[in-house]
Design a binder for this molecule. Structure first.
Ligand SMILES: NC(=O)c1ccc[n+]([C@@H]2O[C@H](COP(=O)([O-])OP(=O)(O)OC[C@H]3O[C@@H](n4cnc5c(N)ncnc54)[C@H](OP(=O)(O)O)[C@@H]3O)[C@@H](O)[C@H]2O)c1
Length: 305
């Protein structure tokens, strides 16, 4: 059993760290909002630290799952960041979806300090984290990867080293590009089925056995139909991911027209106040067009008489 630190107990990190503790590892957690760390310790045991550096002290491996590149820099490189507390030879495993550039930057900083670094973004959503069946895409040195690989078992169904540092993040970008248009297509399908007066459950029960099947279809058609978005993968995070994909595409020359378009749809969701809604909320743009264009609402709803 290993001694590990876990930094970031959000939608994903909270259940992932929980699986780690249930597997018998000694886990010390740090979360910016202390109340979440207190709740985690009361649920799973383990210890709570006041800073990332304090959590990392004595750990064989430090796991991080925060929001974006700048969050990562602050919890790893910042004052009282994880690198300050890590012992020589320890490995930092980053589960945040971030840029390949920041992975390379952190790996270089780790090397200077005699530490290991693996970028390890995940796919599988909130349900995948809660049920311990995530896909983990890793980048880094093969020997470092082999050392931390067994530690991922409690919450992963699929783990693979994709290449040198940054390769995990590049693979996750492909994942996000593939999902972007798919969610919009699913939103249009659910919206159309409702307008057509079909039995929604019957439609998706049938077509999810055919060529249109997807994880999004199986896990999101019902909540889309019900207009429920208060869970899951936040629109703010999706826009962060698309910004990373589009920046990388400008560099490597890839053309991503649908990703760019769907990114703009999500900007509209943010403008509706849905930054923390699940990404399946794209259907809200189809079902509530008046929310997008106040001019199109009836005059009395605009406060005019
Ligand atoms: N949710 C999904 O379905 C999903 C799926 C795959 C990948 N991801 C990726 O996984 C990462 C985490 O996603 P999530 O849904 O778990 O996000 P979340 O619920 O918003 O949680 C973010 C976590 O990071 C912490 N954090 C953010 N900025 C910080 C900072 N500057 N300093 C210290 N702590 C900071 C937050 O602390 P507080 O509690 O104080 O806010 C929270 O613990 C993101 O990169 C996301 O893109 C998410």
């Amino acid at each position: 059993m290993a001694t590990v630190a876990w930094i970031g107990l959000g939608v994903m990190g909270y259940p992932m760290a929980g699986h780690m503790a249930r597997a018998g590892h000694e886990v010390t957690v740090y979360n910016r909002t202390r109340a979440k760390a207190e709740r985690w310790v009361s649920e799973y045991g383990g210890r709570l630290a006041e800073t990332p550096a304090a959590a990392a002290e004595g750990a064989d491996a430090v796991f991080v799952c925060v929001g974006d590149d700048n969050d990562l820099r602050s919890v790893i490189l910042g004052k009282a960041g994880a690198f300050e507390g890590m012992k020589e030879g320890a490995v930092l495993v980053d589960h945040t979806t971030a840029s390949a550039d920041v992975a390379r930057e952190l790996a270089a900083a780790a090397k200077e300090r005699g530490l290991g670094f693996i970028d390890a973004p995940v796919s599988g959503g909130q349900a995948g984290a809660e049920n311990g069946v995530l896909t983990v895409m890793c980048g880094g040195e093969p020997e470092t990867f082999q050392r931390i690989r067994p530690l991922l078992e409690p919450y992963a169904r699929m783990v693979r080293l994709m290449g040198p540092v940054g390769s995990g993040q590049l693979t996750k970008m492909v994942n996000q590009i593939c999902i972007a248009g798919l969610i919009q297509a699913l939103a249009e399908g659910v919206h159309f089925a409702k307008r057509a007066g079909l039995d929604i459950d019957a439609v998706f029960d049938v077509i999810s056995k055919g060529a249109a099947q997807s994880w999004q279809m199986e896990n999101r058609y019902r909540t889309m139909a019900d207009g429920k978005f208060d869970f899951g993968f936040a629109v703010d995070w999706a826009r962060k991911d698309f910004a990373i994909c589009l920046a990388e595409a400008r560099r490597n020359g890839a053309r991503l027209p649908i990703t760019a378009l769907v990114d703009q749809f999500y900007a509209q969701i943010q403008a509706m106040g849905g930054g923390r809604w699940d990404t399946s909320s794209l259907i809200a743009l189809l079902e509530c067009p008046d929310a997008l264009n106040p001019e199109s609402a009836p005059a009395d709803e605009r406060g005019e008489s």
